[in-house]
Write a protein that binds this ligand. Structure first.
Ligand SMILES: *Cc1c(COP(=O)(O)O)cnc(C)c1O
Length: 370
């Protein structure tokens, strides 16, 4: 499924976002501005003055991200830097934070290790329980859908509505979908956080992140956190991310289309059990596809008999990189139990890349045969 007309317009616009400001002889591609200091004979409004406050190469990425999110976007040097900024900008001592027990594990480790000791109560619940959880007393409801790696989904608009009624703010980690496939801000979330390390940068060669939101006061706090904590992206990383985002829509189209083909074939394979792909009709998360999710995404979860069989498959398949992370041009897979995720030993998370799908399936099929 292609993007909606509005998203398509934004994708086209982001490819030309610099044009209105270009003067004769200016570079079309944003320069990597590596200067920590800027010419500053007077303190004056506007312009750059010091590299922790602003940088023209970040501005270029933030212009792209703002178009994609239809919101103010603040960039960070990693997804975790963005998540930390969103949490520290919204929480104070005595508050309760609700986070998924089956989501990105570093978010939980951050909450337990650094927020709890500051007097914030951290309540971790499975993503599937968000549908029925009472949010009374929560200051921040943090959600991740589909969850990583289980691919369970929650109804974002319903959770945001119930959380707001309880007086909580809502933060969504939208890394697995990107703003092209799922739009948490349109569904009522106050902030979106994402690891642009994954599909947006897309080439497994840079870490990057962002926070986006439509509440100017809240975004000013996020921006203030970046300036005061010093969690600033490097200009070279911003340049790489900018280049990656230019082809995000194109790559996602291939990756998601291929994932739906691969998921269907894997599901029919006798060696495979417990396959999860929201794009398949029988999947428990399928109800969200065509609604809050534009399609089933590019991540597939499935089980092989045990750890040994799964590791053998991954090492035999020449077109699956054995690495953590996802969303890159190369298909990548790993056994998640090795990190302690609550999944069976033979459970593999597969991130489908941009390889031609017929060749990719042949390689997967051959590796499954042993
Ligand atoms: C990777 C990831 C992050 C963290 O991003 P980094 O760039 O590695 O810091 C956060 N949330 C999710 C869902 C992720 O997959």
């Amino acid at each position: 499924m292609g993007p909606s007309d509005e998203i398509a317009r934004r994708v086209a616009q982001l490819l030309h976002h610099r044009k209105p400001a270009l003067q004769q002889g200016d570079p079309v591609v944003p320069p990597i501005v590596a200067s920590a200091t800027h010419h500053l004979p007077h303190v004056q409004a506007g312009g750059q003055f010091y590299g922790r406050n602003g940088n023209p190469t970040w501005d270029a990425v933030e212009a792209q991200l703002s178009l994609l999110e239809d919101a103010e976007a603040v960039s960070f040097p990693s997804g975790m830097a963005a998540i930390a900024a969103a949490l520290f900008a919204t929480l104070k001592a005595g508050d309760r934070l609700v986070i998924p027990s089956d989501g990105y594990y570093v978010t939980r480790v951050l909450s337990d290790g650094f927020l709890k000791p500051l007097g914030i109560e951290v309540l971790a619940i499975p993503t599937a329980d968000y549908a029925t959880q009472d949010f009374t007393g929560a200051a921040v409801v943090y959600l991740e859908t589909p969850s990583n790696p289980g691919l369970d989904v929650v109804d974002i608009a319903a959770v945001a509505g119930r959380a707001h009624k309880a007086g909580a703010r809502v933060i969504a980690d939208n890394t697995t979908m990107t703003p092209l496939l799922q739009r948490p801000l349109d569904l009522g979330c106050d902030l979106v956080v994402a690891a642009d390390t994954k599909a947006p940068a897309g080439h497994s060669d840079v870490l990057f992140g962002h926070v986006a939101g439509r509440d100017a006061t809240l975004m000013a706090r996020v921006r203030g956190w970046r300036r005061m904590a010093g969690a600033i992206p490097g200009p070279f990383e911003a340049f790489l991310t900018h280049r990656g985002i230019e082809t995000l829509e194109l790559r996602l189209e291939r990756m998601c289309a291929s994932a739906s083909v691969i998921a269907e074939r894997l599901a029919a394979h006798p060696a495979v059990t417990g396959l999860r792909y929201p794009g398949l009709a029988g999947d428990p998360s399928h109800w969200a596809v065509g609604g809050q999710m534009a399609n089933g995404g590019f991540l597939i979860g499935f089980q092989l008999a045990d750890a040994g069989v799964a590791e053998g498959f991954l090492s035999r398949c020449p077109l699956i990189e054995q690495s953590t992370s996802f969303g890159g041009t190369h298909s990548a897979g790993e056994r998640r139990a090795r990190w302690g995720d609550a999944v069976p030993e033979g459970f593999i998370r597969l991130s489908v890349g941009v390889e031609p799908v017929a060749v990719l399936w042949d390689a997967i099929n051959a590796a499954l045969a042993g």
